[in-house]
Design a protein around this ligand. Structure first.
Ligand code: SF4
Length: 451
């Protein structure tokens, strides 16, 4: 394989959640871990898709890679290709986080960014010609007639008309504005472009046109792309390799073929199952993920996906499906202050006549638990929890349940497992130590990072 054009190691992007002076002074600041130790490579001429639900940290990752926001930690190595005449010429490798802001500004000629909403990054009082010409001015690349010619050429390249140069951004459709944004990025003849949700605000037919344009430009100008999107079908269409991101971490990275064929990371599998199938007779299993991405302010212990994972590893003696329900019960009980939040299937009239037996029946229905757990010891512990819960002793119920049922996924942070040269997955199910029974569950507070 050729050398990467970009290599990212241990990248972190943390934001301070409370900016109060007193909290900062007392060292009590809370940190939102938007990107939490990400490694990847980008190879020349390829498209690396980064996919995940909204709130998983994709855009923070893109912005910190090009230092549009300053990374908290980590290294970003850029290997300028031969012929690059930016600051990096003559250097084999430039570490971006070590550059001053003026050095970084010079290097932006090689490293461009396309935003989801190009309109918000355009000055509405500037003509399209001046918007596209601005990077030419900043980097002293052309002036006078040459500048004008270059602007016309760029408009042609992206499928617009040179006569559009004298018009203003508000006169254009969403797709045309994205073409203007692309022309502006191309003006400086870049090497890498980060495309941050470039088509997610567009109609499907326009999406296809912009994706095709990006592919044509990549071939013509030998560009490397990092393509960020929440829509896996878009990512599949355009990417050579894909990184699946969850709560600030890359949980699966591989070629598009690797990621779209088994074995999957359970999160990637759920995203894949949600792609609308063009065949109306398709009856594949759709995996519905409960809830939304948890807050990065207080991420779950162990594997961050365990609060939603359809394959979360059960404690000994429990079936997987039963365990998902029991874990959902445990998670909801952590926040519960009334019995009603635990039995939403119950009507008001039923709640008024609730007795111990009906309470248990409705609670089991709510969490998909059988009338009797398969494991006798587990059933006794659940019954004990329900007894104290019925008496509204939430603390006692919580401590009984927390102590009784713990999954390895709540305790151990999964390390990357290399499935093949090109494919890695961070999930305990693929870890040899799980197969060998070495990943014991202990109290969740003992969560450990595994090498
Ligand atoms: S480690 Fe556990 S919770 Fe995380 S993805 Fe794998 S099975 Fe699911």
């Amino acid at each position: 394989m050729t050398e990467p054009i970009l290599r990212v190691e241990g990248l972190k992007e943390y934001y301070e959640a409370n900016e109060g002076f007193i909290e900062s002074l007392l060292g009590q600041s809370q940190w939102v871990k938007a990107v939490d130790g990400v490694d990847f490579e980008l190879y020349p001429g390829e498209t690396l898709g980064i996919v995940g639900e909204s709130g998983c940290g994709k855009s923070s990752l893109g912005r910190s890679v090009f230092r549009l926001i300053e990374p908290t930690a980590g290294s970003i190595y850029y290997h300028p290709p031969k012929g690059s005449d930016a600051l990096a010429a003559g250097h084999d490798e430039v570490e971006l986080t070590s550059l001053s802001s003026s050095q970084m500004r010079d290097l932006r000629k090689d490293l461009q960014y396309i935003f989801q909403d190009p309109f918000s990054s355009m000055n509405p009082r500037m003509t399209v010609g001046d918007i596209i010409g601005e990077p030419l001015d900043v980097h002293n690349l052309a002036s006078g007639g040459e500048r004008k010619e270059r602007i016309y050429e760029l408009l042609n390249i992206v499928g617009l008309n040179p006569s559009h140069a004298s018009r203003f951004p508000h006169e254009f459709s969403g797709g045309q504005r994205q073409r203007i944004g692309i022309a502006r990025s191309l003006a400086v003849d870049p090497e890498i472009i980060i495309c941050d949700e470039p088509v997610s605000a567009l109609d499907v037919s326009v999406q296809a046109q912009i994706l095709n344009l990006l592919e044509d430009l990549q071939e013509e100008f030998d560009l490397s792309y990092i393509f960020i999107a929440h829509d896996l079908s878009v990512v599949e269409h355009i990417s050579d390799r894909v990184g699946v991101m969850y709560l600030g971490e890359l949980v699966e990275v591989g070629t598009t073929e690797d990621v779209f064929s088994p074995p999957y990371h359970p999160y990637a599998e759920a995203l894949l199952s949600a792609i609308p199938e063009p065949d109306p007779l398709w009856e594949g299993d759709r995996i519905l993920l409960s809830g939304t991405v948890p807050s990065p302010l207080d991420p779950p212990s162990g594997c961050k996906f365990h609060t939603r994972c359809p394959k979360v590893i059960p404690p000994e003696g429990l079936e997987q499906e039963t365990w998902r329900g029991l874990l959902d019960f445990k998670l909801r009980l952590r926040e519960a202050e009334t019995l009603e939040v635990l039995t939403t299937v119950e009507t008001e009239a039923e709640a008024a006549t609730r007795d111990r037996e009906s309470f248990e029946r409705r609670l089991r229905a709510e969490f998909g638990l059988p009338a009797q757990l398969e494991d006798g010891q587990a059933e006794r512990q659940l019954t004990e929890t329900l007894d104290v819960l019925y008496e509204e002793d939430f603390e006692a119920a919580r401590s009984t349940l927390e102590a009784a049922f713990v999954s390895p996924c709540e305790v151990h942070e999964p390390a990357d497992v290399q499935m093949s040269d090109s494919h890695r997955i961070a999930c305990l199910l693929h870890d040899e130590r799980y197969e060998r029974g070495e990943l014991e569950a202990s109290a969740p507070s003992d969560a450990v990072a595994d090498d």
